[in-house]
Design a protein around this ligand. Sequence first.
Ligand code: ADP
Length: 395
Amino acid sequence: MTEAPVLVINAGSSSLKYQLLDAENGEALAKGLVERIGMPGANIRHEAGEVEIRREADVPDHAAAIQLMRQLAAEAGLDLEHTPLRAVGHRVVHGGRSFMRPTVVDDHVLAEVERVSVLAPLHNPAALQGLRAALDAFPQTPHVAVFDTAFFAELPAASATYALDTAIAKKHAIRRYGFHGTSHEYVSAAAAGFLDQPDAKLIVLHLGNGASVSAVDAGRPVETSMGMTPLEGLVMGTRTGDIDPGVVLHLHRVAGLSVDEIDTLLNKKSGLLGLAGTNDMRDLVAAVEAGDDAAKLAFDVYIHRLVSYVGAYAAQLGGVDAIIFTAGVGENASAVRAALAAKLEPLLGTNLDETLNEQRSAQTREISTPDARTKLLVVPTNEEWQIARHAVDVT
Ligand code: ADP
């Protein structure tokens, strides 16, 4: 390694994920996860090559989590006190209208991230805690905020605009922002590189617990399924995705649910979990195979929504060269890929190769036959590497 490594931090409200990596080649020197911050029984898992350390500890806040990370890194042979870092890259979910690209963090940026927290009340405050703790711990190193929304900041206006009263939308910053942008950016660039086709028309399916789809034309995003919040779009592990807004009104007026109850229902108790009692695709597919009717319906609704999005995005792009699967479900759930490919075949000529679809690999790979009109690819996402590259680019 020629350059000093980059530390990437992804802070959740009660968790902190980190990775120390070489921004040139994406090689991870160490990574770890602190969970249950501020709760009894907090624990940390730290990995460095073959070494893995697990520990339960008292971790009252994100600052303590970073101290613990340093301590475990030192135990695993890496002294972060004295190892020069090239930069610290932070994942921040919402950049609002303020941040169109990765940004070096200063007091003004911190204040602005705090201001746009109204748009992501569950996510941005946690990122701020991580940012502040890391700024204290590594005061000599440049810190860069990389926003989940940034890749989609230049969506065409026709895609970003809701057909809502313009003055109200403007006043309250209501538009489609899109999320998972770091993943869509990484995966679409990796796919274009794999295909050796920089001008490719791509549809990227990021299917994790949260799920979103984007349409990318020659490297530029033209559509994405998540909107002002990550609730819009595909059926997800616990979120509804698209739903008639009239249902929300009905739940309040007729069913008598409070706004907070509706928020929890739509975000945490719906999607696959709400339909079939599990948000894990492995369990869902097993239940379908065992003949469970609720699981079958949930799977069908999930695929139906995906097909609708892919069809719409193929039309918006005016054709599609490749459809790309990524994230936990996309990279692993061959049954999801097979069901989608079967439905798309007549329109798009996706020609799934069933043997390749069943093979497991951590590499970017094609799973359609060589004569497919629309290629199907699996591209493992790597948001940490993308964040590290951005952090290096702007410092
Ligand atoms: P997150 O959105 O939390 O980052 P991930 O991208 O890690 O999610 O995806 C998590 C989901 O991936 C799990 O809920 C699970 O349904 C799915 N998944 C992981 N491994 C497999 C597998 N081998 N087969 C099917 N689904 C899988």
